[in-house]
Write a protein that binds this ligand. Sequence first.
Ligand code: NAP
Length: 174
Amino acid sequence: MTDQKIERVAVVAAAANHAIGKDGWMPWELPEDLKRFKALTLGKPMIMGRVTFEAIGRPLPKRITIVVTRDTGWSFDHENVRVCHDVESAVKLADEIAKADGVNEVIIAGGAQIYHLALPYTTRFELTEVHADIDGDTFLDPLPTDQWTESAREKIKNPDGPDYSFVTLDRVAG
Ligand SMILES: NC(=O)c1ccc[n+]([C@@H]2O[C@H](COP(=O)([O-])OP(=O)(O)OC[C@H]3O[C@@H](n4cnc5c(N)ncnc54)[C@H](OP(=O)(O)O)[C@@H]3O)[C@@H](O)[C@H]2O)c1
């Protein structure tokens, strides 16, 4: 297991104008996206910013959450929660947990600050493109098309709001 290659997968839903959040939560309800998030992340270590973690309020079941905060006094008493004070350490710890647990992916679970800081380590995006401009206060960095190549796309019709697409983007080698 020591030579196992670990993929660092950012899972994120973003509007056409790159909005991903508003008032500490997501500015939409996309049930299929929540199901996909669960399917993509179960059993894998997740790296999450302190703001997103506290908005959820608890670790999601069957996943170890590594919370990133500058606050050395911050703690959360739960067997599935770890704390790191920089993203590099969080990625290293997530890789170790993945190897120990026999999985080959770690999840970058946001929010915007963590997607940004983890970008140099990210090897794949599982992006949900929401096909509308959405009023938000938190935004994903644009992903340059020369650095990311699309390997899968599935469109979801949404009778209750904007349609959306599940898109896989792999980092261009080199
Ligand atoms: N659409 C999506 O898929 C999606 C996914 C996740 C989140 N979101 C949304 O994104 C929003 C939250 O994102 P956000 O960017 O405001 O917050 P965030 O990335 O969840 O967390 C930010 C926190 O990370 C810590 N941090 C940042 N830089 C650091 C560094 N260099 N070293 C150590 N710790 C560092 C700080 O914690 P301390 O302040 O404790 O030091 C900072 O306040 C919410 O609206 C949420 O709903 C959307």
